[in-house]
Design a binder for this molecule. Sequence first.
Ligand code: ADP
Length: 660
Amino acid sequence: MAANNKNTKNQKPKFNPYWIYGAIIAIFLGMQLFSGSSFQEAKSTTPSQFMEFLKNGDVSKVEIVNRREAKVYLTPQAQEKEVHKASKPTSLIASSNNLPNYKFEFGDLQNFEDGIAEIVANYQLDPQPKVEYKTEQNLLGDFLIGLLPFIILIAVWIFIMRRMSSGGAGGAGGQIFNIGKSKAKLFDQNTDVKVSFKDVAGLEGAKEEVQEIVDFLKNPEKYTALGGKIPKGALLVGPPGTGKTLLAKAVAGEAKVPFFSLSGSDFVEMFVGVGASRVRDLFKQAKEKSPSIIFIDEIDAIGRARGKSNFSGSNDERENTLNQLLTEMDGFGTNTNVIVLAATNRADVLDKALMRAGRFDRQIFVDLPDIRERKEIFEVHLRPLKKAKNLDTDFLSKQTPGFSGADIANVCNEAALIAARNGKKAVDKQDFLDAVDRIIGGLEKKNKIITPEEKKAIAFHEAGHATVSWMLEHAAPLVKVTIVPRGRSLGAAWYLPEERLIVRPEQMLDEMCAALGGRAAEKVIFDKISTGALSDLEKVTKQARAMVTIYGLSDKVGNLTYYDSSGQNEYGFTKPYSEQTAELIDKEISDIIEVQYQRAIDLLTQHKDKLTELADVLLEKEVIFKDNLEKIFGKRPFEKEDVNDTQPVKTQENTLEEEE
Ligand code: ADP
């Protein structure tokens, strides 16, 4: 079907803009020919030769054209002379007597006239040659030169128009008016969408909800018979890379109804009013094809809460677009069978009006996958890979806490690339581990130049983290420590954090203490500190500030939070607390950090020998694992059983930032 349509379209003779260029070139060529041919038969000569002819009495008439050029007519007798034979004009149009024999440019008119007068007087020519003045106009040429600016203008206009219309997908090309048309991509029976619900792993709840939406459209009677109304929209909310777009694609693949897909930013253009007009057009198209689904990705681009105090007015266009969207979603009745799906990872900034029932009635949360879902996602993405036989997906999903679906897809791909680089026949476990390291830490830089002294500092820094976190009850269990530079970090301690839902202050404090362990180790061993602790300090400061100002965990500041979940405080120039409170907050933050730093120093001073031992092992081996630590410290006192068998990996801190 689709192929046929295409063919018939192509066969129609279409107006081709190159014809215009062709016509213009033809006109120029024609002009050139006509102005050239019959009139320019006269032979060129020079002023001095002309004077000779004049003296000989050969000249009957001199015609001065445009005060610039002289055309010379010879007397009939002279025309017969041998010297002038070659100058005899021939023409198809005019008789040869009326045509000039010679022409030349004389330079200054006054001098030329004086020269003629002198010769006429001196040689007493009789009859005197006539001197005539004439203005010749190249009518066509002048006309065209007058037209040139218009031609250029029109050409530029055509060019701009074509550029603009080529930007808009879906519309017939060549019209500037397409700018207000929606840019949605349409998927229907004729387009081949290969994604199906099978490709979406995990996300059971979310999958069920969207499947139900597909069902609404296919069998609306089933629901309306009982008096129910079909929902108008569903909002997919969740962190990036968790499969929201994938889910929508699967809907397109399975629904078998027209599916309009576009991104929130597609509404935005530099012209005012375009966004609203595009929204109108989108809904018009969708209604024409109903039952249908509209999918708007990244809806926060237009759906952001409308500001209350809008100083600049620069957001008007976005607000108009949003208003139009709200109206359209209200406007179509329940029987139009158009359902709007939208995705965002910032549901908190969306306008409340957008989220109310009757617009996006349903919010579907698409969360980061848990260990079981990660396993399923691994299975989906391992399908196309040639993997080693004993590859254990349970193990892989344990390795990747906190990874999103997109991260897992990336790990699988990266592992295959690593295996290929090493010339392997199949992708094995080590490749996956390397891929995880690579994705978390960045590229290994084995040949980075580091002085032995720096290396020692890095080793002690990392050993400090390892030692402190080993000694503290709530610090995340350590997996490995490395001083191989990777990405922007010079060394790292990797942890497997517990997946906690609620965090208590002790846990936060222990983590901060472990993060400060690096700098503390430098201080204890060398009695010097360095810039290497930048990322640790950044993390710790943020955490301490959050404890005080967001979670209300500070005794002195109390059970207050200055957090605004509505995100509508964009233009707030003033802090929501007084100067005294600001001072108190600063003091609290600094106190929390100093106490933890001191705690790390005390711990490390107490275990200085073990710290040194660990750093030495680290310097020798570059990478050490939990077993090495156990050998030095003995069993970790606070080891929890369930974490014991989940071994690896999630970095908590990359330390010793490179200075740039
Ligand atoms: P977003 O939520 O940011 O829209 P996407 O849907 O674009 O994320 O996901 C990006 C990629 O991650 C997908 O193309 C897919 O390869 C992978 N992915 C994410 N979630 C899943 C999942 N649940 N099952 C399978 N693949 C997934």
